[in-house]
Design a protein around this ligand. Structure first.
Ligand code: GSH
Length: 376
């Protein structure tokens, strides 16, 4: 135990001056700056705690969706202020369900450290920002996770040209003595600190405000390694390779088995059950459409293929109406944005080469974890 503690304190965490905020309410033994734990309340422009986000969104006529804005493949801010990516499309999926218009979204770019305060302070209606469902986030800090849209896991990336011998099967032994960089306010910084301590290796952890800043330091050689959710590493490696960054195609992502579980998905404020249901069932509708092969292209012909699909897509839309939504809410989601597989392939498989096949993000009957309860 003493050895473990000594190693833990040896993990030196340098925090860039601009960094602030916190991941969640947990305390850690690293020297990474920890904020208040996100306790402040009220005063924003969206629905209030206790439940009225749905009517606030309907009255306003658009959805204010909290995203990263610089997470490759998940949410990338465009010149016109909109965002593209897997998370951005889930914002659109909600807007299509609630407002009948997938484009009625205002994207708010948030750093990892800012995101929970923004949600709790009513600055956004929903948070869809590569956010991992954890016990303390779910309980202590007043937010609720609705569903997991992407089952991820943390990995590490390095350049074998500088760290000789690095391979995809390398493990914690390969990072002993290294400077490892990531963004602040994340599960990432906690996992790597804890993992290094358990493995008995010493690292220098440097946390910056955003992951793109960590990538800049990695490319400049200030950081030996970067770490984040595997999807983020694959995404950044693909983007840097496409941009012609020298050696990027050889960067090694390791270990093969991720060092953590990172179930990512939309989160809402606690205390608004109706809004929780709306977000959760928008996600489930994309799962059920995927399960049944109903896509944006064939929904008009296939929407009544089974009684369940008829109910879900509005033929008998009582369930949606009881939720405060139009009967055809989830028809609009799938018609305008697509089913789960379409959203996945368009943003992740195609541009980044992040295969769905063989991952946890397959449907339950194909060995994955994507599973929706029945629509009835
Ligand atoms: N899933 C983790 C990490 C989230 C995270 O910050 N991921 C990075 C890598 S994909 C990211 O969003 N980077 C973009 C940014 O910093 O804006 C968490 O919830 O704490």
């Amino acid at each position: 135990m003493l050895k473990k503690l000594a190693v833990l304190f040896a993990v030196l965490a340098l925090v860039a001056a601009a960094c602030g905020g916190s991941d969640d309410a947990e305390e850690t033994t690293t020297t990474v700056a920890e904020g208040s734990g996100g306790e402040s309340e009220g005063g924003g422009e969206t629905g209030q705690e206790g439940g009225s986000t749905l009517s606030a969104v309907q009255a306003r006529g658009n959805l204010i969706c909290g995203v990263s804005g610089s997470a490759v493949g998940f949410s990338e801010t465009q010149a016109d202020g909109s965002a593209t990516g897997f998370d951005a499309d889930y914002c659109r999926a909600v807007a299509a369900a609630v407002l009948g218009d997938a484009n009625a979204v205002e994207f708010r770019a948030l750093t990892a450290a800012e995101r929970f305060e923004a949600l709790k302070n009513n600055e956004i209606d929903v948070l869809i920002r590569n956010t991992t469902w954890t016990q303390s986030r779910d309980t202590d800090i007043g937010i609720q996770f609705t569903a997991t849209t992407y089952f991820d896991g943390q990995q590490i990336m390095g350049d074998p040209a500088s760290l000789t011998g690095l391979t995809p099967s390398s493990g914690f032994e390969a990072i002993d003595g290294a400077t490892v960089c990531t963004n602040a306010g994340t599960t990432t910084e906690k996992n790597i600190t804890e993992g290094a301590a358990v493995a008995g290796v010493t690292i220098t952890l440097e946390t910056v405000e955003t992951f793109p800043e960590a990538m800049e330091k990695f490319k400049a050689g200030t950081c030996d390694l970067v770490t984040t959710d595997g999807s983020g590493l694959y995404g950044n490696r693909a983007a840097e390779t496409a941009a012609g960054t020298p050696g990027a195609e050889n960067w090694v992502i390791f270990p093969e088995a991720p060092i953590s579980k990172e179930p990512l998905g939309p989160a809402v404020r606690q205390g608004d059950d109706q809004w929780f249901d709306v977000i959760q069932w928008t996600v489930f509708a994309t799962f059920i459409a995927d399960e049944n092969g109903v896509t944006s292209a064939n929904i008009d012909t296939d929407k009544d293929n089974t009684p369940e699909l008829t109910r879900l897509f509005g033929g008998e839309g009582e369930i949606q109406t009881k939720m405060g939504l139009p009967a055809d809410a989830f028809y609009q989601t799938v018609k305008q944005v697509g089913n789960y597989g379409e959203i996945y392939d368009k943003n992740l498989t195609g541009p980044l080469g992040l295969a769905r096949e063989g991952s946890f993000n397959m449907q339950w009957f194909d060995g994955g974890l994507i599973y929706a309860p029945p629509a009835r």
